[in-house]
Design a protein around this ligand. Structure first.
Ligand code: ZN
Ligand code: ZN
Length: 500
């Protein structure tokens, strides 16, 4: 029997931390913070910490990563397994958290030396996406790209005879980022394994080299046949036919922890982009400016490239932080889609063309900003800080707030207490401009979760990353639609435990 302890992240947005305990092993998946007040940290059980066998980290966002130093402060001496790209991004998130807290007059529960103590291990060094490997003796792990952020992954785990799936933050609808379909990956991996076991396949170069060879399974996220063909062409197994793969169903998971951040929202990314496009066009038509505050890395780059294609001829201003985020994408081709669905050319070309182009403005100083604001009526303004806490975001807001034709367009999560959240709740208190929230999807909503339940079936599925009331509503709908009553769907809260 395996016990799941929710240290945070279920029934709330933030501080994701899921502990799996068996007779012999303790594994922690993610250890983040919640951006509220003095910062809320996971409900870590101190006695467990020094007995943890491994920590798996899905991606760099602070709600998954920033409480990891606390584990080291509490005596953890083991390793944190993640991707190289996530590791590259982490220092920025640790620094941002520390300075945010400092600015708000709060301390951190750990020191800089705890951050320095983290011992990273890189998933890619052990096995490419879609290949099982042993993370500690007795525990097998398989990972794949989750489409949420460069470096972000989902995990499958085998531990004491149980199989566990953790989606991390997941979307298959990113315009830029590639996702490895978990169902396809698991199916392919099980085919290789069963062939290995029966001895019918011994010339697989990866398996014979301890699964750490240079060429992994090419998971395209496309149709099954495509994935199989890519595998064939990579020389992994010339006799692996699509029909063989299709013929093998995945053994159900014992537990799946699934990103359901958007709760009962049924919209697809196409719906969201239609809403975004409509709101922008309406504002442009009345001669207004659109302010789009975004996190420096993530959906900002997707929306900038999309808007650049959609609103040609409309003046576009992009602040440095977001341009830097765009440049970062250039050095991580592995995490990008080869060709965007909604963008016409290969992504690297699109990004390169954007960065090299003269079709948008990059303000360098207060004077530049003021000049551009005076020069352009209808225009698009992409600025860093989706929660609008920074002085730059507040400055921009003040420049636009006194004109009704302007629109502040928020596209992501705004934590309680942030200016973005206050603005959404009570726009008239701060100015006369219009304020709208239209989500750009970087997580899963109702239909995505439903698809995941079908494709990665599990005896127990825990819905996470949304508040309790919304998770309850989604659970009720999914249970009502479920054709298999023996499948349990759970809406849990921090502090809860579940035996599987
Ligand atoms: Zn995230
Ligand atoms: Zn998250």
């Amino acid at each position: 029997m395996i016990k799941l302890n929710v240290w945070g992240g279920a029934g709330e947005h933030g501080r994701s931390a899921y502990l799996l305990s068996g007779d012999r092993f303790h594994i922690l998946m993610d250890c983040g913070v919640k951006k509220e007040g003095a910062g809320e940290y996971p409900l870590i059980e101190p006695d467990i910490v020094s007995n943890l066998d491994a920590v798996l980290l899905s991606h760099a966002h602070e709600d998954h990563s920033v409480a990891i130093p606390l584990l080291y402060k509490m005596g953890y001496q083991g390793e944190v397994w993640t991707t190289r790209e996530t590791r590259e991004q982490l220092d920025t998130y640790f620094r941002a958290w520390s300075s945010n807290m400092e600015r708000a007059g709060h301390g951190l529960p750990y020191e800089e030396t705890d951050v320095q103590s983290i011992r990273y291990r890189y998933l890619e060094n052990e096995a490419k996406a879609g290949i099982w490997f042993e993370v500690v003796s007795g525990i097998n792990v398989l990972w794949g790209r989750s489409g949420h952020l460069a470096g972000s992954v989902w995990f499958a785990l085998e531990m004491e005879g149980k199989r566990i799936f953790y989606s991390g933050d997941y979307t298959s609808e990113s315009m830029l980022l590639q996702e490895d379909c978990a169902a396809e990956a698991l199916r392919l991996a099980s085919v290789f394994r069963s062939r290995e076991r029966t001895g019918s396949r011994v010339n697989n170069p990866l398996l014979s080299q301890g699964m750490a060879a240079s060429d992994g399974i090419q998971l395209t996220g496309g149709p099954l046949a495509e994935a199989a063909m890519a595998t064939v062409s990579s020389g992994l197994s010339a006799s692996l036919s699509p029909s063989l793969i299709k013929g093998r169903l995945n053994r159900p998971m014992d537990l799946a922890i699934v990103d359901a951040a958007y709760g009962t929202d049924r919209d697809t990314q196409t719906d969201k982009l239609a809403h975004l496009g409509h709101a922008i066009r309406r504002t442009i038509a009345r001669g207004g400016k659109v302010l789009l505050p975004m996190p420096s890395v993530g959906r900002g780059q997707e929306i900038i490239l999309w808007a650049h294609e959609q609103f040609q001829g409309v003046p576009m201003i992009v602040e440095q932080g977001l341009v830097d985020g765009m440049k970062q994408l250039m050095r991580v081709p592995y995490w990008l889609r080869e060709k965007g669905d909604r963008l016409k050319s290969p992504l690297m070309d699109v990004i390169e063309r954007f960065l090299g182009g003269k079709s948008w403005h990059l303000p360098q100083s207060r004077e530049d900003r003021e000049r551009l604001l005076n020069q352009h009526a209808a225009s698009l303004w992409f600025i860093p800080d989706g929660m609008m806490q920074s002085s730059l975001a507040r400055w921009y807001y003040n420049q636009l707030a006194d004109r009704e034709e302007n629109l502040i367009l928020l596209t992501g999560h705004a934590a309680v207490g942030t200016f973005a959240q206050k603005l959404i709740q009570n726009p008239a208190e701060y100015g006369v401009c219009e304020v709208q929230k239209i989500r750009y999807k970087v997580h899963q909503g109702w239909l995505d979760v439903e698809k995941m339940l079908q494709r990665v079936p599990a005896r127990h599925t825990v819905l996470v990353h949304a508040d309790k009331a919304e998770t309850d509503r989604l659970r009720e709908i999914l249970v009502g639609n479920s054709p298999t009553p023996e499948v349990m769907i759970h809406s849990l809260s921090p502090g809860d435990e579940l035996y599987v």
